[in-house]
Write a protein that binds this ligand. Structure first.
Ligand code: DOR
Ligand code: ZN
Length: 420
């Protein structure tokens, strides 16, 4: 057999050292290598399966000034993410099959890695049509208002959940309680969208969803919310690595929904590490110009797709968490939840990998690839990948994009509608 690519001397999660032989985008054989068009020596590198970031806002369209599919997915691969799942709170929001198909077309033209597109959840949305057109999941469903999304009331949510459940769909939910006037500081913002309120909102959503429904909670920011979730639960790198005390009170760049919490709450979130299913970035870039508005008016959201896995790999190097848990929460669990073929080390696995050097560096926003040009993680320890392979192709190496390799992952509805 002639392979397209061989990764030589890979240390597998079991500790065994082997060569991974790739052809047609899949792993064909693990063991001694055969002849190949291209080889990468992994003996000095840590080989992780490419991450599936199941919560990114790629923007594009009329919001291409903030981010577009090209810059957003380049930022993804530069951070070891090989599949991104785009959120539907675009302008306009994705609420019809035509809008969803147009979104997929835009991504196919510009993306440099794998992608999926979620369906918007609003009372008038054509859920069935978007399911058949290839939506990956439904949401994020706004059970609380946030940037470019109005909060849905309990009865509306109940009705929408019933319809999503009837389709066999997965609902991903943004749940918070919001109170009081527009916040003027990070502490105000934390109070207005409190941790206790978030946990209550999670419980309310659980009570509204039909039994047996596929349910996923986005960006839990407290240990209590992680405990309150039913189905699966996601946390973000910003709630794990940042607390609001690390910023000036009026720093709009740290304004995000759910808000950054205090240091004690951040540490308590780590105590639930084993219970957390997924780490996803909620990459929500806004320009510095928009963030320059007075705090009350500045948009919520921070970039993070490129720094997510690098921050986690640095935490592995410090001995805080295991590499196996990072693989599980950034790649295998999100792929399993969504039904995306898994990237890994067995024959038949998707050949998506990111290769990390030993050196721990510090995040420097000037070296990142998102359009916005800033990062709230500036100065934190990180390990960035040297090489990234998407479906067996060397897409990114030593800081440079070598070739684009977009691949669309449609959801289950599309796959079954094709055989009707
Ligand atoms: O801070 C946030 N920004 N939270 C969200 O839920 C949406 C996001 C955005 O799209 O900007
Ligand atoms: Zn959200």
């Amino acid at each position: 057999m002639t392979a397209d690519l061989v990764l030589r001397n890979v240390t597998l999660p079991t500790g065994r050292c082997a060569d991974i032989v790739v052809a047609g985008g899949l792993v064909r054989h693990v063991g001694r290598a055969v002849r190949a068009e291209e080889t990468i020596d992994c003996s000095r590198l840590t080989c992780l399966p490419g991450a599936v970031d199941m919560h990114v806002h790629m923007r594009g369209g009329v919001q291409a000034g903030k981010e577009d599919w090209r810059t957003g997915t380049l930022s993804a691969v530069a951070g070891g993410v090989t599949v991104v799942v785009d959120q539907p709170n675009t302008v306009p929001p994705i609420t019809t099959p035509d809008l969803l198909r147009a979104r997929v077309r835009e991504a196919k033209e510009q993306a440099v890695c794998g992608f999926a597109v979620n369906a918007g959840v609003t009372p008038g949305a054509d859920l069935q049509g978007m399911h058949d057109a290839g939506a990956m999941a439904f949401g994020e469903t706004f059970a609380a208002p946030s940037s470019y999304g109005d909060g849905l009331g309990p009865e509306t949510l109940r009705g929408l959940f019933t319809r999503i459940h009837a389709l066999g769909g997965l609902a991903t939910v943004h749940a918070e309680e919001v109170a009081g006037p527009a916040p003027a500081t990070l502490a105000d913002h934390d109070r207005a969208r409190s941790g206790a309120g978030e946990a209550r909102a999670f419980r309310t959503v659980c009570a509204l969803a039909p039994g047996g429904m596929r349910l996923h909670f986005c960006h839990a920011s407290t240990a209590a919310s992680v405990e309150a979730a039913r189905g699966t639960v996601e946390v973000t790198p910003h709630h794990l690595f940042l607390s609001r005390g690390m910023f000036q009170e009026g720093d709009t760049r740290a304004r995000v929904n759910p808000p950054l919490r205090d240091e004690e709450t951040r540490r308590a979130l780590w105590s639930r590490w084993d219970r957390i299913d997924v780490v996803a970035s909620d990459h929500a870039p806004h320009t510095l110009r928009e963030k320059g508005l007075p705090f009350e008016d500045a948009p919520s959201g921070i970039p993070g797709v490129e720094t997510m896995v690098p921050l986690l790999v640095a935490a592995v190097r410090r001995g805080k968490i295991t590499l196996a848990s990072v693989i599980e929460k950034t790649s295998w669990r999100p792929a399993a939840i969504l039904g995306i073929p898994r990237a890994g080390f067995l024959p038949g696995d998707r050949a998506d990998y990111a290769l990390y050097p030993d050196a721990v560096t510090r995040i420097d926003a000037g070296r990142l690839h998102a359009k916005c040009g800033w990062s709230p993680f500036e100065g934190l320890e990180a390990v960035f990948p040297e090489e990234v392979v998407v479906r067996g192709r060397r897409v990114y190496a030593c800081g440079e994009l070598r070739e684009a390799h977009p691949a669309w992952y449609p959801g289950r509805g599309y796959l079954s509608s094709q055989v009707k």
